[in-house]
Design a binder for this molecule. Sequence first.
Ligand code: HEM
Ligand SMILES: *[C@@H]1O[C@H](CO)[C@@H](O)[C@H](O)[C@H]1NC(C)=O
Ligand SMILES: *[C@@H]1O[C@H](CO)[C@@H](O)[C@H](O)[C@H]1NC(C)=O
Length: 326
Amino acid sequence: MLYKSCVRPSKVVMANFVTVLLLIEVFAYGFRFGADGLNMNYYLMSCPFIEPVVKNTVNRALMEDPTLAAGLIRMHFHDCFIQGCDGSVLIDSTKDNTAEKDSPGNLSLRGFEVIDAIKEQLEIQCPGVVSCADILAMAARDAVFFAGGPVYDIPKGRKDGRRSKIEDTINLPFPTFNASELIRSFAQRGFSAQEMVALSGAHTLGVASCGSFKNRLSQVDPTLDTEFGKTLGRTCSSGDNAKQPFDATSNDFDNVYFNALLRRNGVLTSDQTLYTSPRTRNFVNAYAFNQAMFFFDFQQAMVKMGLLDVKDYYNGEVRQNCRKIN
Ligand code: HEM
Ligand SMILES: *[C@@H]1O[C@H](CO)[C@@H](O)[C@H](O)[C@H]1NC(C)=O
Ligand SMILES: *[C@@H]1O[C@H](CO)[C@@H](O)[C@H](O)[C@H]1NC(C)=O
């Protein structure tokens, strides 16, 4: 009895101590990105059910069409690389303005309806509070998880931009880039070569149009496997819009993409060059043999990408409709 009464309080003390530590942890984590005005709990008071609303809507859409996971992830990438992660990719063109989404790169931008559906629900629950840029960042993250990739938390608090112009999309990396050009393009946004390779691993999902890789078919390409070259040729016999999956498991987030590069089965020039170039080959090898390492690096790089040039109250807004500037 005496023994028990001695043990119990100390257990309670321990439990309290652990709780306090956890709270400190949560707050430290939550405000780590304070400099950007972003944090993990940004909508804790203003829109508490944001996480389940986004997750459920993404899950529902992807159960109906699993290929949309690729669309959402790619859309977040394009958003962040042009004018920062500010929802500019979501804007529709008007009679006075041709928006980003109408550039040739629009071909496979998909999933706009999913963002609209999330926004519609959040406008009912907490009108005027949640930015489209945050919705897109969260939807991309939930799409990664839905497809079998890593689970991770992202800081929120991005504001939506007021500019979306077709000419800005020139700053996206081209599928014809070699490793040096890719490294330079990503370095301009503060990414290392390894982070660039990890992010390219997003091509574990989705498809490319013939128009994006037919440059490889006009002459003999020693970095392209002969049999796989024939496969690409067959895809292209149906025209520039015909789709080629990036890897054999195009709805599953895994490291099969990197293993395909080892067999010279990369689809785009910008995919295969990651293995051809001695500057990036070691990363491809590492991710091909260690999926956990790929998942970890990808998740870190995605959080970093989601912080590119975020807007605040002074240079941004919370759009009412993700397709239109207020
Ligand atoms: C490294 C430079 C990159 C280049 C040159 C590039 C280029 C491309 C191209 C040309 C396509 C096919 C578009 C089409 O033909 O319809 C594509 C698709 C895709 N990209 Fe990238 N990309 C790059 C990096 C990324 C990054 C960083 C992500 C995300 C983190 C990403 C995610 C995707 C996804 C998921 C698809 C498939 C889209 C779908 O199936 O609808 N890409 N990319
Ligand atoms: C894609 O962009 C082209 C211009 O490059 C435009 O003609 C076309 O209408 C756009 N497609 C869609 C679906 O917006
Ligand atoms: C990559 O492309 C650039 C620009 O076209 C070129 O100058 C460079 O030589 C290329 N690098 C390799 C390794 O092919």
